[in-house]
Design a protein around this ligand. Structure first.
Ligand code: GLN
Length: 309
């Protein structure tokens, strides 16, 4: 199969109907059930080719895809050793906002940086003297890796995230009690985590993030982050990026992915391309239903599975 806009259009057409099996999360401003069957898909290659179709211009909040941004920045700012003292690398079959595993787990730290707890811990490792300064750094990094100077925060989403932050707040307090979050870091880490969740992106931006990772951390030939930090991020996306559905996606799709509850997914096929998807109808595990189907089709048609011989 050859990549073309027509081919992506065909994928959109074939996968869009599956959206009716999911639900649009309704506490996110700008999103309601009228977006149920939206589906936008973009593919970007390191050579700069772009293939796109569907609701590719639709801007939506990045939500949990921000977890890979937090992880990359924490790795760059504090290094691997400090990062993995605060968070482990292990997958879990718990839901993304689970609190119980913080108590049960021997090491008393989040299982991995793709869980809300892990991502809040990573936000505490993003450098800057104020939350504003730290967020500006995150934004500058995101603008760079998406090659989009206009990426910014959706204020309405941020206000709503703040109003609905009781679960994340409990996770932060719990981590304070475990000694993972120092008391003075609790509010800043939480605020930063929610702000990064509220960045508005399109499937183009997500595809560029995927392509940045697929190219080993380069933008226009410039090495932006250390290649080892890219490798760590891709490995953790592969094992935990689709939460407690990561195993199924590893089997059926076979390359690193990260999803968010707004129905976005970023995919990276190392050395080959980046994929960005928006499909707001999600399943119970928090993953886009039509987006998941599209990934399976893309992986098969374009032979993208890393484990195929
Ligand atoms: N804003 C959501 C939260 O913090 C993001 C979760 C997600 O996308 N899975 O719970």
């Amino acid at each position: 199969m050859k990549l073309s806009n027509d081919y992506i259009q065909e994928v959109v057409k074939e996968c869009r109907p599956f959206a009716s099996d999911g639900k649009v999360i309704d506490h996110l401003p700008g999103k309601d059930q009228s977006h149920l069957t939206n589906l936008g898909i973009t593919i970007v290659t390191p050579e700069g080719e772009v293939y796109s179709a569907g609701e590719e211009k639709h801007a939506f909040s990045i939500q949990s895809i921000s977890k890979i941004i937090n992880l990359m920045m924490a790795l760059e700012d504090f290094g691997e050793e400090t990062v993995f003292q605060k968070v482990d690398k292990e997958p879990t079959d718990d839901f993304f906002n689970a609190i119980s595993n913080l108590e049960n787990y021997d090491h008393h730290r989040p299982y991995n940086p793709m869980l809300n707890s892990g991502a809040i811990a990573m936000a505490s490792l993003i450098k800057g003297s104020t939350v504003e300064e730290r967020f500006e750094r995150v934004m500058a990094f995101t603008r760079k890796i998406t090659s989009n100077e206009n990426v910014s925060m959706d204020n309405e989403v941020y206000e709503s995230e703040k109003k609905n932050d009781s679960r994340n707040r409990s996770l932060a307090y719990f981590m304070e009690s475990l000694g993972i979050l120092p008391h003075q870091e609790l509010e800043p880490a939480l605020e930063l985590y929610l702000k990064v969740n509220s960045l508005a992106v399109t499937s183009h931006d997500l595809a560029r993030i995927g392509c940045f990772l697929a190219e080993g951390g380069k933008v226009n030939g410039e090495q932006v982050i250390h290649p080892r930090n890219v490798r760590i991020t891709l490995a953790i996306m592969m094992t935990s990026g689709m939460y407690n559905e990561s195993g199924s996606f590893a089997v059926d799709v076979g390359f690193p992915l990260k999803s968010g509850v707004s129905g976005g997914i970023t995919g990276a096929v190392p050395g080959k391309l980046g994929i960005g998807i928006i499909g707001p109808a999600i399943n119970q595990k928090g993953n886009s239903v039509a987006g998941g189907k599209a990934l399976i089709k893309l992986s098969e048609d374009l032979s993208l599975n890393l484990f195929q011989m």
